[in-house]
Design a protein around this ligand. Structure first.
Ligand code: ADP
Ligand code: MG
Length: 703
């Protein structure tokens, strides 16, 4: 049995919460902090000094010796540089730990080694981190000892964003401002801001650490580059929601404890579809906090795995032939007086504010389907999107039967007079209660699904930060709200104007709504007829960032400048090329140093056997046949290695950018597949004892 945890006691114990601040700060200071948190603005330096001191005292009491400005560069993971609270000792050699307001508010890490896409030449290394007062500081417990982490944004000397948090915060302000205009139109004068909320469901794999460390591909790339399928995959559908094995259960128990201490509301845990695959979902939170927390979730998952002799794989496709991992991004927007703009109420057909919001959502998603697709792409996700398991690469919107019918009525007649009701689900057993049915079934195949009072964006990759998808969502919705408000604020007859606008938007953007099977081939054809974009790869999605439409959108709301967008595009091309390059080199290394030598020895054994068997005057056709088959595959492998070596050299000699990334995608990846094929075929016939690396069966079933 795992140790008992007192969840109420430990929850948030490593977070510098508002409650802790209220206890430790003078009232006036506390209220100033709270005001800046809620309404924006800047803390005075005197206040910052007091907050820093309280924060340091609290952290030191918890054993912290260092602090760090914790930030999210374009690597997709987090960065930290630790500074101790140590100061110069006095004459007598006594030292007092200190932390000033200035150190709290601003940091200056050397920015030269973070990806910036040409925004900042290496000789202009200055970068600044700035405290994000809206996301609480926390203490991370690692082997370094407890570290006080201060969530920060990261910008260049000239003010350009070099991170994922800055644009996210900018987009949250944009959507808040524009959404306020919408609710004001409906007489809501109380709300002062509208908050974007996010609940990301995180999928992950756990494998045995010792076995993982026997595979260079898992070490260097986080996924398997070789591997024949195990006799069993996920076809029995017995893993999904199955009983959690003891070793995994102990891991989840520890993981929850660590997350709760960090104030992360770990809520749901279960086995996922693929063997060795699991999921954790927290309760949703304000977008920037949810993004920070998701980074902590991913990091903590990896760290706790080590303690259990496990390795956590967050890659989108660690194993061929079984499902990969994603991250469902649940998103909604709510006023600070508690109105969820995506809540349809009981009668959505006459909830005009909801219908306007829905019309704007349809317009936003249809207009910027390409940008949404881009925001969910990363190198690993190319293995999922459109590959018959995850959502297709085509963006469409699932509304469910009830809302789709409302939209249809509005488009056809200008009024939605009837409503498909949920009704009662009869269980047919007298001792079981009859259940009240939702008006809408679920649709797992839709990339962007309305699920009651939120949208679930299902395309995001498991290893990716959720910052970009949410920045994009906030931005495109802000634009649609802004354009609607521009018209409606000027309208002479509001009721008529809003009615006309809803009808117009829904009619124009109805093509984005699709309730059918998103995995089917018919949908691909149908989507093309509708003119919806089908962007097949991460590389192909990059240029959506710098189209006129995109630049106009992001500049209008101050979320990205054109230069920032161009720099991000460059970073994406580079990231893609570098990632595939590492994969190609790893494959060559494994092929030439492990697999080929193992098979060569195996053929020697076979050849010896053939000679011995023949000398004994017995039929050797089986041994000979095997030797011939193995030798032929070996030859194919060797020539595939030569080809891969050749194209990899060509690729890495190219200038960084789009053409190089395309070459990696179209040529290098193809050469990698050509190498994998004979290797996997060999694995199926070569003696198990001779195979140099752990197999799929050993990795995903023997955890
Ligand atoms: P599913 O059945 O889709 O797997 P889960 O319970 O695993 O659902 O996850 C749903 C996620 O959506 C949770 O993180 C939950 O907190 C979040 N969520 C629920 N309501 C909202 C909302 N209004 N806005 C944003 N996220 C929400
Ligand atoms: Mg779930």
């Amino acid at each position: 049995m795992s140790e008992l945890i007192n969840v109420e006691k430990i929850f948030g114990e490593n977070v510098f919460t508002l409650g802790t601040m209220r206890q430790r700060l003078p009232k006036k200071v506390y209220f100033e902090v709270k005001r800046v948190m809620d309404q924006g603005g800047e803390l005075s330096l005197a206040t910052a000094d007091l907050v820093a001191k309280a924060m340091k005292d609290w952290a030191v009491e918890k054993g912290a010796t260092h602090y760090t400005h914790w930030f999210q560069p374009l690597t997709g993971i987090t960065a930290e540089k630790h500074d101790s609270f140590v100061t110069n000792p006095d004459e007598e050699g006594k030292m007092l730990m200190e932390f000033s307001g200035k150190e709290l508010i601003k940091g200056e890490p050397d920015a030269s080694s973070f990806p910036s896409g040409g925004l900042r030449a290496t000789f202009e290394a200055r970068g600044y981190t700035a405290w994000d007062i809206t996301s609480p500081a926390f203490i991370k417990e690692a082997s370094t000892g407890p570290i006080l982490c201060i969530p920060t944004a990261f910008c260049s000397y000239t003010g350009e964003a070099l991170d994922k948090k800055t644009p996210l915060l900018r987009s949250m302000e944009a959507v808040s401002e524009q959404a306020l205009r919408i609710v004001r139109l409906f007489g809501n004068t109380e709300a002062t801001k509208v908050v974007a909320s996010v609940g990301p469901e995180q999928e992950y794999f756990l494998v045995d650490q010792k076995k993982a460390l026997l595979r260079d591909d898992l070490i260097f790339t986080g996924r398997t580059l070789f591997g024949a399928p195990a006799p069993k995959g996920q076809e029995m559908e017995d893993h999904y929601f199955g009983v959690i094995r003891e070793r995994i259960g102990a891991y989840m128990h520890d993981l929850n404890e660590e997350l709760w201490k960090l104030g992360v509301t770990a809520k749901t845990q279960h086995n996922e579809v693929a063997p060795a695959q699991h999921e954790l979902a927290p309760i949703y939170d304000t977008a920037n906090i949810a993004v920070d927390h998701n980074q902590l979730v991913m990091e903590t998952m990896k760290r706790v795995a080590g303690k259990h002799g496990l390795r956590c794989l967050l890659h989108e496709k660690p194993f061929a032939g079984v499902n990969g991992s994603g991250k469902h991004n649940n998103w909604s927007i709510t006023t600070d007086n508690g109105v969820n703009l995506l809540d349809p109420g009981k009668t959505p057909n006459d909830n005009i504010q909801f219908l306007l919001v829905l019309a704007c959502m349809m317009k936003a998603v249809d207009t910027h389907a390409d940008l949404l697709r881009q925001s969910a792409s990363d190198v690993g996700n190319d293995h999922r999107l459109g590959a018959n398991e995850a959502p297709p690469a085509i963006i469409s919107m699932f509304l469910g039967e009830q809302l789709e019918d409302v939209v249809k009525q509005l488009v056809e007649t200008g009024a939605a007079t009837s409503l498909i009701e949920g009704g009662v689900l009869e269980t047919g057993v007298s001792t079981l209660p009859d259940l009240v049915k939702d008006a809408t079934d679920r649709n797992r195949t839709s990339p962007f699904a309305f699920t009651g009072n939120k949208f679930e964006f299902r395309m995001v990759g498991s290893a990716d930060s959720v910052a970009s998808p949410n920045t994009t969502l906030n931005a495109i919705v802000a634009e649609a709200f802004c354009e609607a408000a521009d018209r409606l604020e000027k309208a002479e007859d509001f009721d008529v104007a809003v009615h006309d606008l809803i009808k117009e938007y829904m009619t124009k953007h109805q093509r984005i709504v699709f309730n059918g099977n998103g995995y089917s081939d018919e949908w691909v054809v149908e989507a093309e007829k509708r003119g919806l974009p089908n962007i097949k790869s991460m590389v192909a999605a990059v240029e959506t960032l710098t189209t006129e439409k995109s630049v106009k959108l992001f500049e209008r709301f101050g979320i990205f400048t054109k230069a920032e967008l161009e720099s991000r595009a460059e970073v994406l091309y580079e990231t893609y090329s570098k990632t595939i390059n590492i994969e190609a080199l790893t494959m060559m290394e494994m092929a030439t140093k492990q697999i080929i030598p193992a098979v060569v020895s195996y053929t020697k054994g076979l050849a010896d056997t053939v000679i011995a068997v023949e000398a004994a005057g017995v039929d050797s056709s089986v041994q000979k046949g095997l030797l011939t088959e193995v030798s032929a595959l070996l030859k194919e492998m060797q020539s595939a290695v030569v080809t891969l070596k050749d194209v990899e050299a060509k690729a890495s000699a190219m200038e960084e950018g789009k053409a190089q990334a395309e070459y990696y995608r179209d040529v290098v990846k193809v050469a990698m597949e050509a190498l994998r094929k004979p290797a996997d075929a060999l694995e199926m016939i070569v003696d198990k004892k001779a195979w140099p690396i752990p197999t799929y069966g050993e990795l995903i079933f023997e955890v």
